[in-house]
Ligand binder design. Structure first.
Ligand SMILES: [Zn+2]
Length: 83
């Protein structure tokens, strides 16, 4: 039996059960619940995404790769390219 994770659709309309998500065992014949069993708020099936946030870690590398340069002013009208 697959375990499904559910979480409240609207954070402001939720209870401690559905606010942070809860797991349910569902048979294939079971209807997928649309509301929280505790408070009746609308819920949605959670799609697990373990790599969320991983793309942000490469930001500096991407900034350099896209050609950003840093210039330091060293005198009247003179600039030293730092990278
Ligand atoms: Zn709830």
């Amino acid at each position: 039996m697959p375990i499904y994770e559910f979480i409240a659709k609207h954070h402001r309309k939720s209870c401690p059960t559905c606010r942070d998500g809860f797991e349910r065992l569902l048979r294939h014949t079971d209807p997928v619940p649309a509301v929280c069993p505790d408070c009746g708020a609308p819920i949605r099936k959670c799609i697990s995404a373990p790599n969320v946030g991983a793309s942000a870690s490469g930001f500096d590398d991407r900034a350099k790769a896209t050609g950003f340069h840093k210039l330091k002013k060293i005198g009247q009208g003179e600039y030293e390219k730092q990278y």
